[in-house]
Design a binder for this molecule. Structure first.
Ligand code: HEC
Ligand code: HEC
Length: 134
C-alpha cells in the first residue's frame, strides 16, 4: 500500500527521461503544491490510491484531514492547505509507518528483492480514527 519510495524512484526516472524529450514545454511544474513526504511528481492515480487507503484505514472522509476551500462560492476542499491539524498528524503517522517498515521489517522482500511494507495505516487503525480507543 505504501510504496512511496519505490514508485518515487521509478517516477523520478520516468520524468527525467520525459523532460529531456519535451524540454521546450512548460509541463514540468508539479501538479501538487504541498507534498512533503510523497514524491512531488506522483501521478494522480498513485496519489488517489494512497488517499483512498487513508480514508478506508481510518473510516473517515477526505474532509477529516482536508480543510474546505476559502472561496465560499465553491463547496470544494482545498487539498493543498495545511489548516487542519489532522493533516499534520497524518504526515507524522506516514513518517512513523515508513520508519517502522524500514527499521523492523527490512527483511520483508519480494522475489525481486524490493522491500515490501509490512505495516500500513490499517494495521493499527482498522477503520478507527483512534486505535487506542480514546
Ligand atoms: C488521514 C488524513 C487524510 C485523508 C483522510 C485524506 N488525505 Fe489527502 N493528504 C493527506 C496528507 C497528509 C497529504 C500531504 C502528503 C505529503 O505531504 O506528502 C495529503 C495530500 C493530498 C493531495 C495533494 C494536495 C497538494 O496539492 O499538495 C490531494 C489532492 C489529496 N490529499 C486528496 C485527498 C482526497 C481526494 C481524499 C479522500 C479520498 C483525501 N485526500 C483523504 C492526508 C489525508
Ligand atoms: C503503529 C500504529 C499506527 C499506525 C501504523 C498508524 N497510526 Fe495513526 N494513530 C495511532 C494511534 C495510537 C493514534 C491515536 C493517538 C492519540 O490521539 O493518542 C493515531 C491517530 C491518528 C490520527 C489522529 C486521529 C484523530 O482523531 O485526531 C490520524 C489522522 C492518523 N493516526 C493517521 C494515520 C495514517 C494516515 C497512518 C498511515 C500512514 C497511520 N495513522 C498509521 C496509531 C497508528
Amino acid at each position: 500500500m505504501i510504496h512511496y519510495r519505490k514508485s518515487g524512484v521509478a517516477l523520478a526516472l520516468a520524468i527525467f527521461v520525459f523532460a529531456g524529450i519535451s524540454a521546450t514545454k512548460p509541463a514540468d511544474e508539479p501538479r501538487h503544491k504541498n507534498l512533503k513526504i510523497l514524491p512531488k511528481n506522483i501521478s494522480d492515480d498513485d496519489l488517489d490510491k494512497i488517499m483512498d487507503s487513508f480514508k478506508d484505514a481510518l473510516g473517515v472522509k477526505c474532509k477529516f484531514c482536508h480543510a474546505p476551500s476559502k472561496d465560499s462560492t465553491e463547496r470544494k476542499l482545498d487539498f493543498a492547505s495545511d489548516e487542519k491539524p489532522e493533516k499534520g498528524i497524518a504526515r507524522h503517522m506516514m513518517r512513523m509507518t515508513n520508519k517502522i517498515n524500514k527499521k523492523y521489517f527490512s527483511f520483508n522482500k519480494d522475489e525481486k528483492g524490493e522491500t515490501v511494507p509490512a505495516i500500513s495505516c490499517v494495521t493499527c487503525h482498522r477503520g478507527n480514527q483512534h486505535p487506542d480507543g480514546k
